[in-house]
Each structure stands twice: as C-alpha cells, then as structure tokens.
Design a protein around this ligand. Structure first.
Ligand SMILES: Cc1cc2nc3c(=O)[nH]c(=O)nc-3n(C[C@H](O)[C@H](O)[C@H](O)COP(=O)(O)OP(=O)(O)OC[C@H]3O[C@@H](n4cnc5c(N)ncnc54)[C@H](O)[C@@H]3O)c2cc1C
Length: 632
C-alpha cells in the first residue's frame, strides 16, 4: 500500500511512546491505516542503536539528536546549557543510556490527585508490568512482568567498578543497607545500595527499544513507505509544522523536509496528510508544545510574539518544563578496571575486542551501559541538618510526607562520561553521577518561528535557580567523593572535574582550623584508596562555595525533559485532559512525556513506556477497538 494522502490516524513524532501506541493499534485492528511522521532517521538494526555501549559516542556525534540551547542563565554564571533530545524512530528508547528505573508509586498517585482519574499507581503499575519482560532471576513477580516486549536484564557483565561501589557502600555507609539481590525498582525502595538493571536483552545483548519491539517487528512492515505492504507507514526526516483544523476539529497535519527550507524559509509548499479519525502529537517535551504553538494553541503572549493566530488560549503550553539536574565527577581508576572509555570513544579498534563476544553470546562490555549499581538517597536526620535551611523547607513541604520519594539518585559509572583527560595513559577512569530527583526549579520552552520547525526554541530549564537544588547536588558531590576514594580501583581525582578548593593540606593554618580533619583539596594521584574508616573530608564555608561554583559551571541535563503539555485542569495550566485530549479542540491528543503533570523521581524512560501503554488503551477505547487484541 503506497503512501496515501489520508489515514485513519497520524502520529506527529515516532519516538518512544508513538511506537508503542502505533504498534499495539496495528495489531489490535490491522485494517487501521496509520502514518507516523518522524523528524529523525530509522534506527532499524543499526549498530549505534542496537549495541548498547555505543550510546555515548552517538550522543557526541549528534546525528540522532536535536540540540536545544537554553537562554543564558544568570545563576549559571551567564552560561547556556545544551539539552539534546532524541531524533530517530524509537526516540529516546533507541538512544538513551539504557538505565531501567521506575519512579516511586506516590508519584503516579500525585498525578491522579490532580484530577487525573485512572493515572494513579494502582492503574499504572499493571501497565508498567505489562510492557516488560523482566529477565532478572529471583525477583518479586508481583511487581514485574515477564511476557511483555521490552527486555530488562543486568546486561552483558558485571564490572568491578560496580561491585566495588556496592562493597564500599556496605562497609562505609552504616546508615543505609546494601544488598546484591535487592530490587531497587519495586516502586518504593529507597536508601538501599544495589544492582541497577538495563534495557538490554540478556539473550542477544541488544538494546531493547520500542521501535524494534513494537514497530519494526510488525508483519510485512517495510522501511520504505512507498513499497510497503503494511498499513503502518513511517515517513522519516520530516517535521510536522502544525495541525490542520476544520472548525477546531483536527483533520490532518502539515509537514516539511529539512531540504524544503533554505535560510529559515520554505522553498516548496509544505505537504499535508489528512487523518480521518485522530491526530496524536508524540514529539516529546520539546516537539509537542512547539507543534501546538505553531498550530495556534498556546498563550496569547507567546503566540503574538511570533505572529501566530491564536485558536485556543492555553497558557500552560510550553510551561512546566522539568528535568533532573546532574553532576558527573571523574576519578582515576586502576589499570585492571572494567571501564567503557574505549568504547565511548567510538573508535573501531577500541570496540573490536568486545565485538566477537557480543555477536556470539550477546555479552561483555559492549552489552553494557557502564552503570551496574546505585542508590536512591533520602537523608538521615544528621544529613538533613547538613543539607541546610534552604532544603529543610522543601523537605517539610514535599518529602516528609512521602517516604518513598528519593531526594537524589547516585550511581557509579565504569567510565568517565565527561571525557576528562587522564594524566597518564595507563590509568583508566570511573565516575560518580548524581541527579536531583525532584528539582524545585521549573522552566519553559517556546517557539521562535511560526513556520520553521527547525528554528531554535526559546528555552530555559532553570537549572539551580532554586537554592535547595544546589544544596542537594552539593551533598551528593560529597557523598560520592567519600565512596569513590574508598573503592579499591581508586587512583586519585581528575582536578579539572572537581571544585577549585581553597583548603590547604593538613599542617597549614587552615588545615589546623579544620580540627585536624581531612581538608577538601583535590588528590590528583595516589597509589590506592584510603582506608574505610578514614575520617570524612571536612569542608569549610569556602569549600562549600567552591562546590557551588563548580556545580553552577558544570551542571547539565539528565535528558529527562517532561511536563510541557501537562495533564491537569485547564485553569491550572493544563494542556491536555486525563484522556490526553488537547483542551479547546477535538480529535487531537498528546501522548508522550510532555503530558506528565509533575516530575518523577527516576530516569524517565519507564514512565514514557507506561504512558505509551495507557495512551494505547485510551485511543483504542475512543476508536471502539478492543484493546485485548493489541496484546502479544
Ligand atoms: C541521551 C539520553 C539518555 C537518556 N537516558 C535514559 C536512561 O538511561 N534511562 C531512562 O529511563 N531514560 C533515559 N532517557 C530519557 C528517556 O529516554 C525519555 O524520557 C523518553 O524516551 C521520552 O519519550 P517520548 O516519547 O516522550 O519522546 P521521544 O522518545 O524523544 O520521542 C519524540 C520523537 O518526536 C520526534 N519529533 C520531535 N519534533 C517533531 C516534529 N515536529 N515532527 C516530527 N517528529 C518530531 C523526535 O525526533 C523524537 O523521535 C534518556 C534520554 C536521552 C535523550
């Protein structure tokens, strides 16, 4: 069935969520004609998608990403930050760092409490089980699924960095537990160090994404929409400009290819595809609000600034931008450490040693994400003191009554994500990565052009503009550092990736004033770790300031953008109702992470997968299709 002008359903965006809904709909009702218009290329069987450990190299190359540069931020010292979002079929699920993480159950209950009936934990946890094929032995069946399409395993091997992180935590952090068999993703566990699993198929060692497990495996699916025998067509490398309405009823979309544009101006007429039953915006937290604004749905102020005629006044569109704020800290590692820096470089000669094992058995470092172990942290009463008054107020208002919510998530990384230079080629690198689970600062994203979907967005994530967000990352830096310097692989710190401390070595006046504690100064090299019972480093006020300055100079995205077409009441700034219908028009839904009304305390892919399953049920119900037949 070659390309048509008219379809039953059109998806604007072919990312994580879209592939789930389209794949399930196509199975539920094979007579449905579906068009997916995706900004990026296909990802089918390409090694930079399916071989897990290549993700960091792909991010550096940028071919399957859109980069969003923020306005300059005063609190970040005038710095702009760059937040890439996925741009390929499969979206984030096809390019992300593969970490399997589920939020605390109370996050979904918070969504429901905003008036979104059917979006609480009781409704969503079964969907999170439905989508997964959990391949970890000895788990609690009640919270996991074993027959869904998305594979979850520990990956191709256990790194010694991950093991040491857990061993060190067990001995050093007496306030928390450690267990090598704990399930950290049971929707409630916090303050236990344990293994961290990944979206990797344990049998093949391949990435488990929604493009391969929902779309590319449809019977008779063809990458070329012109020669396809299937009724699901995917048009790649095109962007949806706007939704076409007739009397506020969505009847199709206008789309363009990049080459149709020159100097920001269309050189050829944009094309239109019609949808007789439904248009679904699934373009992610940057893409979906931008399409709505170009379609005339948004705030009067923002639309008038770009000369778009308003058809629905919806001030919440593009607001409520949420992400997590991350800090990566690099350490030197012993020669025998299992680190992924070589693979991260993307060089064939560095990948070659791992290729055969991956091809033959689906195992080894190529079937890895570099993260084996982590912890969802909540502070003890003493640590709460240390976090200070800015955070205490947030604690009282937000965390104290929600015992399953972590304040931050801390991982050890078997490799250095920031690629700092090591002083000696014989040394390897590992890292500590920590992100704030619920940053208080919330940003925005708005269009700057009425018609050019490649024009930069006016965007500010507002990182660290709330003092509590700085306090959490400062605390995490110190915690990660204490753990790192006790790990057997530790060989020192890479100064360029640490704060510029002013404390002097012990013996100096300042050292004495620190009550003979260990001063904060960076240890550039050492022959090994400190003993477990070594006193903690003592930080002066100046040292804390140095950490804060460092955080402001380096804090970045966790690639977890969400919330910009929030599912909440219209008068509270909502973009969609709890059936995902855009307010003020008909036949138009948004289905992706932009609908999340509040942040979640975890990496966000699992929430996107769950939204995909929920959205499928809603769409199927609206279209009168039995959702049972969409199961496999
Ligand atoms: C680098 C990176 C690392 C990450 N690591 C992890 C991790 O380890 N674990 C985890 O749980 N989560 C991780 N995430 C987050 C997670 O992958 C995302 O939250 C999730 O995939 C978002 O799903 P979505 O469907 O909302 O959007 P996406 O999957 O981003 O899909 C949106 C799609 O819409 C397309 N699009 C945008 N605008 C248009 C337009 N105008 N017309 C047509 N198409 C358009 C885009 O090209 C994209 O393919 C990571 C994300 C990234 C980017």
């Amino acid at each position: 069935m070659p390309l048509l002008d008219s379809y039953d359903i059109i998806f604007a965006g072919g990312g994580t969520v879209a592939c789930i809904i389209a794949g399930r709909l196509a199975r539920a009702d094979p007579s449905l004609s579906i068009l997916i218009i995706e900004a990026g290329p296909h990802s089918f069987n390409l090694h930079h998608h399916v071989q897990p450990a290549r993700y960091l190299y792909s991010l550096g190359q940028g071919h399957t990403f859109s980069k969003h540069t923020s306005v300059q931020s005063e609190v970040l010292g005038g710095r702009s930050v760059c937040v890439p979002s996925a741009s390929c079929v499969g979206g984030g699920s096809a390019v992300n760092f593969l970490l399997y993480a589920r939020p605390p159950a109370s996050d979904y209950d918070d969504w429901e409490n905003l008036g979104n009936i059917g979006w609480g934990a009781e409704s969503l946890i079964p969907l999170s089980k439905k989508i997964e094929n959990y391949q970890i032995p000895s788990c609690r069946p009640s919270v996991h699924g074993f027959t869904g399409p998305i594979r979850v395993s520990h990956g191709g091997c256990d790194t010694n960095i991950g093991k040491e992180f857990l061993e060190t935590a067990a001995q050093y952090d007496r306030d928390r537990k450690m267990s090598t068999s704990v399930d950290l993703n049971d929707f409630k566990k916090i303050n236990v160090y344990g293994p961290w699993h990944k979206y990797i198929d344990s049998q093949t060692g391949k990435r488990s994404d929604t493009a391969h497990h929902f779309l590319y495996n449809l019977h008779n699916f063809d990458l070329d929409p012109e020669s396809s025998n299937h009724k699901v067509h995917v048009l790649t490398k095109r962007r949806v400009v706007r939704v076409i309405f007739q009397n506020k009823r969505a009847v199709g979309v206008e789309y363009v290819a990049r080459e149709d544009f020159d100097n920001g101006k269309p050189q050829v007429q944009p094309r239109i595809a019609y949808a007789s039953r439904l248009v679904v915006l699934s373009s992610g937290a940057f893409g979906s609000p931008a399409i709505l604004e170009r379609s005339g749905i948004g705030s009067t102020l923002h639309l008038s600034q770009v000369d778009v005629r308003q058809i629905v006044d919806l001030p919440g569109v593009g607001e409520n931008y949420n992400d997590h704020n991350i800090g990566f800290t690099p350490y030197l590692a012993s020669e025998d450490s299992d680190c992924l820096d070589g693979i991260f470089s993307g060089e064939d000669k560095a990948i070659e040693p791992y290729l055969k094992e991956w091809e033959a058995q689906g195992s080894g470092l190529l079937a890895h994400s570099s993260i084996d172990a982590g912890v969802k942290l909540r502070p003890t009463p003493e640590e709460l003191e240390e976090l200070g008054p800015d955070f205490k107020q947030v604690w009282d208002e937000f965390y104290a009554g929600a015992p399953d919510k972590p304040v931050a998530v801390l991982f050890a990384t078997a490799g250095d994500f920031m690629n700092y230079d090591a002083p000696s080629a014989s040394l390897k690198k590992f890292g500590m990565a920590c992100f704030t689970a619920y940053p208080r600062a919330v940003g925005y994203t708005h269009i700057t052009s009425a018609s050019n979907p490649w024009a930069p967005l006016r965007f500010d994530p507002k990182y660290l503009s709330h003092p509590a967000d700085v306090a959490v990352l400062r605390w995490c830096y110190k915690r990660g550092r204490e753990l790192a310097r006790r790990m057997s692989s530790y060989r020192g710190e890479i100064a360029a990736g640490h704060p510029k401390f002013c404390s002097s070595p012990p013996g100096s006046d300042l050292g004495k004033s620190l009550k003979a504690g260990i001063p904060a100064s960076v240890v550039s090299s050492t022959s090994g770790p400190v003993a477990i019972d070594t006193p903690d480093i003592v930080y002066s006020e100046e040292d804390d300031k140095a950490i804060d300055d460092h955080l402001r100079a380096t804090v970045g995205t966790t690639w977890h953008s969400l919330g910009t077409c929030a599912m909440k009441p219209r008068e509270a700034g909502g973009g969609v109702d709890s059936r995902l219908n855009v307010y003020g028009v008909v036949n138009l839904k948004v289905a992706d992470l932009s609908i999340a009304p509040l942040n979640v305390g975890a990496n966000t892919n699992n929430t996107a997968l769950t939204i995909g399953e929920k959205a499928f049920l809603l769409v199927a119900e609206d279209l009168g299709i039995s959702s049972d037949s969409g199961q496999r």
